[in-house]
Design a protein around this ligand. Structure first.
Ligand code: FUB
Length: 325
């Protein structure tokens, strides 16, 4: 019976990973690639889309990262083992939730490791560097960049945002607290804010983890995940602010479970290509309840005439092919 159930789950994942063709238009399909992958960070480097996810597996097996590239959002190439615990000597489990940024021709890959529970444990947020988006990445510091709880924020789930003036900010934090820091452009440490502080708490109402920021028409859209990632009610909410420092007043939920499609939809990122906004997120197929059964999906994001984000409709077909060349 158990074998049959596992067989059905794998079959369901396989079927939903096949790209769709409707009226001669190619769609990505959802999930967009096979395997259990969560917390996807989507970016564009040169003429390719890239996705850097967590390998969604039991804690002690989370010792490496893969990434995926595509030139059209439909056909994805897997790049295996771009970073692992043989390179990051201080990491031994739960390598989670990547973020990546390019600066001066180098690619800086941020991750968390070890899921630390207090300041006495080794781990936290680290950074690795490579000459190419697919690595191989090398530990930049030989130790974590943040290895303590500040303002109650667990050092996980970092996102690096480059503002129009060239300043890099990092937003991060689990355990219902979100901090921001101003990070040096070589990513070796932090620049104090004007008041001398390093870690500024910017936690919005209901925030749990997974912060993300993008800028549109001069406004700062700050997004995050709410609920518990192991359950069905994981979701994404957002705020709009006039500055990268907030205040981030919660506007509402824009991504959540759909009884016809999937549960546990959250920990997302956004890719912007010209006038198209794509939300990349993970969700749990309806056939699954295991906490690690999370698959990476993509859907379109749109705005109303006042600049508010319209609720996202999760789909099985995903998005239309959008070749970058
Ligand atoms: O994938 C591991 C953890 O699950 C992430 O750090 C959280 O954001 C949640 O998605």
């Amino acid at each position: 019976m158990k074998k049959l159930f596992i067989g059905c789950s794998v079959f369901a994942l396989f079927i939903s990973c096949i790209s769709f063709r409707q009226k001669n238009v190619l769609y990505s399909g959802n999930p967009i690639f096979q395997g259990w992958y969560a917390d996807p960070e989507g970016v564009v480097f040169d003429d390719k889309y890239w996705i850097y996810p967590t390998v969604s597996c039991p804690y002690t097996e989370g010792v490496y990262f893969d990434c995926f590239s595509s030139s059209d959002l439909v056909h994805w190439e897997k790049h295996s083992n771009i970073l692992d615990t043989t390179e990051i000597k201080w990491a031994w489990q739960t390598m989670w939730a990547p973020a990546i940024v390019e600066n001066n021709g180098k690619y800086y890959f941020f991750f968390s490791a070890n899921d630390i529970q207090n300041d006495d444990q080794v781990g936290g947020i680290g950074v690795a560097v490579a000459d190419r988006p697919q690595g191989p990445f090398k530990d930049l510091l030989g130790k974590p960049l943040i290895d303590k709880f500040y303002n109650g924020a667990q050092p996980i789930d970092q996102f690096v945002f480059k503002d129009d003036d060239g300043t890099f900010y990092m937003y991060y934090g689990g355990w219902r607290h979100c901090n921001m820091v101003k990070i040096k452009s070589d990513f070796t440490g932090f620049i104090p804010f004007d008041d001398g502080s390093i870690f500024k708490e910017v936690t919005p109402e209901n925030y749990v983890e997974g912060p993300f920021m993008f800028k549109r028409k001069g406004k700062y859209y700050f997004m995050w995940s709410e609920g518990g990632w192991t359950g069905p009610d994981y979701r994404v909410a957002y705020a709009i602010a006039d500055s990268p420092f907030g205040p981030f007043k919660r506007i509402g939920t824009i991504l959540e479970q759909d009884p016809d499609i999937a549960t546990g939809a959250g920990h997302h990122s956004v890719i912007i290509v010209k006038d198209k906004y794509y939300i990349i997120y993970h969700r749990r197929p309806l056939t699954e309840t295991d906490q690690f059964s999370r698959a990476t999906c993509i859907d379109e994001m749109s705005f109303d005439e006042n600049g508010f984000i319209n609720p996202i409709k999760m789909t099985f077909e995903g998005v239309k092919a959008n070749p970058l060349k």
